[in-house]
Design a protein around this ligand. Sequence first.
Ligand SMILES: Cc1ncc(COP(=O)(O)O)c(C=O)c1O
Length: 393
Amino acid sequence: MDYHSGWHLLQIPGPTNVPARVLAALAEPTIDHRGKTFADLAQEVHAGISQVAQASGTPILFPSSGTGAWEAALVNTLSPGDRVLMFETGHFATLWRDMALQWGLQVEFLSGDWRHGIDPAAVEAALRRDSDHRIRAVMAVHNETSTGICSPIPAVRRIMNQLAHPALLMVDTISSLGSIDYRHDEWEVDVMVGCSQKGLMVPPGIGINIVSEKAWRYAESSRLPKSYWNWQAMKTVGRSGFFPYTPPTNLLYGLREALRLILAEGLPHVFARHARLAEATRQAVSGWGLELLCANPKEYSNSLTAVILPPGYDTTAFCQMTAEAFNLSLGQGLGRLRGRVFRIGHLGDLNELMLLGALGGLETALKRAGIPCQPQGLPAAIGYLGRTSPSAS
Ligand SMILES: Cc1ncc(COP(=O)(O)O)c(C=O)c1O
């Protein structure tokens, strides 16, 4: 079929739905990136990102996907052979580890089962073993998009402080920024990695770092090669509004509008909305009698939910079916979860009825695919949303 009537339900965990006001902003005429209008645009975007990340430091924006911002975090702070501590929370943590290895870093990769987040006890043991402080960076994924598991970053920082460990704390917020409470300053994160296409509701194309004073000091002695990703060249953009090379002007228009929407809704309300839609989704999964991948309720992600299908059912084929039959895109299983889980994205520009449409589509698709489950998911989600009301607790 060449045409599917009606809306496409984009329920992957990013890229997410782009609000109409952001789409309109993206279509503004491109302007001179060396003029005052552009400088005002860049400065407003920088200020808005800092607010959403709850950070006082100035962000650095690259025309890139999130992977570029990962690379910028590494090459600006570290030197060949440096030791880093990382955590196997899932597919994206593994890809970041692979990148660190390709850059010649020595990675201590604490193993995980992809059903739990970072274990603070394991972090403490690893840092205690490192009594001569050879570990230069602790690198964590806040919300693992392949598993729907959110790791306790404040606990990691507490341990680092208790042990007076001088390593940098780098945090990937790619699927938490703008959806799940992330407190850059309070958690004393040194390098934040983010991007535009998830909670920030903008198409892919902007990678983000936020850098602490301490990380800037590391940057002065870092010896990994860099050119395009060099933070130094970006240092003054926040103040002057001018980039060292051609910026993605129209994406910045879109990002400014998206940040205005997020701040108009209010961060506490944005986080509460995500928490509520996430809980409604989990109620639906429980109503179907299916299993969540996340094994620890304290680590449930508010931006996506990964669901295990019974043995013998392939989730990749299931996701293809929901797209073709119902115009509903779900996230497939990634890495070693390929074929075993599907992921429901519930982040970004989403409300209750959009979610119920997706959950209703899913329930219908489960039935059509003959997957053994109870038809009680949609009623459970409706029941939860009906009993509770939105609040910014
Ligand atoms: C947690 C996380 N880190 C890193 C990435 C890589 O980002 P990108 O695909 O934008 O390069 C993703 C992508 O989904 C992600 O979810």
